[in-house]
Design a protein around this ligand. Sequence first.
Ligand code: SAM
Length: 245
Amino acid sequence: MKNELTQQFNSRIDAVAYCRTPYKQKFGIPRQPGLVNIKGLVELAPHVNNIDAVRGIEQYSHLWLLFCFHENLEQGWKNTVRPPRLGGNEKLGVFATRSTFRPNGIGQSVVKLHRVIQQNGKVCLEISGMDLLDGTPVIDIKPYIPFSDSIDNAAGGIAQEAPELIDVQFSPLAKTQIESYANESNSLELLSVISDVLAQDPRPAYKKAKADPKIYQVALYDIDIFWQIENGHINVIEIKPTSVC
Ligand code: SAM
């Protein structure tokens, strides 16, 4: 047996799936799963693209997705991070946070499973509630098991409570644009999804303490949403076809 524990693990990990989501850029994605009821797909990668690989999965209402923060890998990591919740003022150890800048760049999220579908020769899981960028590589998928995974009275550290929501309103222009972008029932759904995403207030905490005249942009589906803080609420100014590829 080797004495050097550090030399024992040297395994290659490949993506088993890729996540397809409406979130086209990191800014605006909820900071944890389950906060916004928005649908996405987990598409199995070619080497596991077999319906047998997900046989029985529909008996679970929720799944764990282990994934790679692929957009942040190049930026590396540090021993300490400044969690956005603390306004960027305080440092915590990387392993004491859910920072996206980690030694192995691995994240995990519980998502709701709706159904298994097969489309264009691909086995896909329809999910919702994910906090993942479109194209995120998934390195494992596991059923969520309530008796073990849900812990009553667990201490949540700096994230004991879900973030506070901010009120979201739409300008007449934005409403008209959303109505002409989607048909009647879809436009109501789109209004509600945009509202739920922005209600998370994606701005860093330090921006929330003072006047903030900046116009922000969030890319969702194939639209860019422009918004601003106005009298303590978010005002959606307008939407445009997306500029984010
Ligand atoms: N629930 C996961 C966890 O705890 O490991 C992720 C939490 S992390 C704070 C959530 C943020 O990760 C999102 O708000 C988004 O900005 C970012 N993110 C999502 N997918 C990403 C990706 N593929 N690469 C880099 N950052 C990503």
